[in-house]
Write a protein that binds this ligand. Structure first.
Ligand code: ASP
Length: 337
């Protein structure tokens, strides 16, 4: 695998790196399920999470990921940072980098923030935890790890992504990943919620949700990202939006009993997804959350050079080294190898 210093987006990863991170994430799932959730992989490393946008899942999972791998983790949010006192983003970035962290995890509302800062922050690795409507690479790696649990291969799988595509960094990163890994994306949205450059991603575009459902192996629902909408005429009303673009039981049945339901969270129940669908056996939403921790462990480990879940010391009540090796062999076969 080609090593990398920063993770700005799926754009910068090749298929081998994507698969490597998903497989490494897979090997970390187990740590999170043990009673003592600690491994020494990142001992002596410092990680700073710098979040200028709200977050529950991403921020918490980066923090847990670092702590469970024994790194020192500091969290800073916009409301408590010196940007509130008029400091520029660049000065905040350079100030934190002067404290010699190994990794700076950044979420910001402006696309390209991480690339911009990277030029000024010396040796510090930067991870994009979501930059405006641009990219959210660790969410896509999380989703791929979730899908890997159900599917042996991504090839020729059809993921139908529905909702506010225009403002979604998750949709954009998936469209890029699909081109690299060979899965198919169907995009479903009203014209007002589609990006103008959608053609470049080689996906199928639908305005009629029901027409897109047959043959969908997974349906991926998106929240309306109202925080990024500059006008209020993107949809007629919440009720009409739910009727046209909400995933309800009838639509899930039309898609098929094996269809997986995904959502990056936060869900708006009754808007893009009905409660009984969100809580159904088809829903993998909470698995996505669980896998989010494992993937962020993998990303931090890959950036800090601790690429091996087997650095974990042996412990009773968990898999033997031999079982882990067998698992690793299995994941080396086929699509994910
Ligand atoms: N959590 C995802 C993101 O940060 C999706 C969302 O906010 O709707 O992009």
């Amino acid at each position: 695998m080609r090593p990398f210093k920063h993770l700005f987006g799926i754009t910068d990863l090749d298929s081998e790196q994507i698969k490597y991170l998903v497989n490494l994430g897979h090997s970390f799932i187990d740590i999170n399920r043990r009673s003592i959730k600690k491994a020494p992989t990142l001992r002596g490393k410092t990680i700073i999470n710098l979040f200028f946008e709200n977050s529950t899942r991403t921020r918490t999972s980066f923090e847990l990921a670092g702590k469970r791998l024994s790194a020192d983790v500091i969290n800073i949010s916009a409301s408590t940072s010196a940007t509130k006192k008029g400091e520029s983003l660049l000065d905040t970035g350079m100030t934190l980098a002067a404290m010699q962290p190994h990794v700076l995890v950044i979420r910001h509302s402006i696309a390209g923030t991480c690339e911009f800062l990277a030029d000024y922050l010396g040796d510090t690795s930067i991870v994009n935890a979501g930059d405006g409507a641009h990219e959210h690479p660790t969410q896509i790696l999380t989703d791929l790890l979730t899908l890997k649990q159900s599917w042996d291969s991504m090839e020729d799988k059809v993921i139908t992504i529905v909702g506010d595509i225009a403002h979604s960094r998750v949709a954009r990163s998936h469209l890029i990943a699909a081109q690299k890994l060979g899965y198919k994306m169907r995009v479903v949205a009203p014209k007002t919620l589609l990006p103008s450059d959608i053609e470049r991603y080689g996906c199928e575009v639908y305005h009629d949700f029901d027409a897109a459902l047959p043959g969908s192996d997974a349906v991926y629902m998106l929240r309306m990202q109202t925080e990024r909408m500059t006008d209020n005429c993107s949809i007629p009303s919440i009720r009409e939006y739910h009727e046209a673009y909400g995933l309800n039981r009838a639509r899930l049945n039309a898609a098929g009993s094996d269809t997986l339901v995904l959502h990056p969270g936060p869900m708006n129940r009754g808007v893009e997804i009905a409660t009984d669908v969100a809580d159904s056996v088809n829903s993998h939403v909470l698995s996505q959350v669980e896998h989010g921790v494992a993937i962020r462990m993998a990303v931090l480990a890959a950036l800090c050079g601790g690429n091996d879940a087997e650095e974990i010391p042996p412990k009773r009540n968990r898999r033997t080294k031999r079982e882990m090796e067998e698992d690793a062999m299995k994941s080396k076969e086929g699509f994910w190898s």
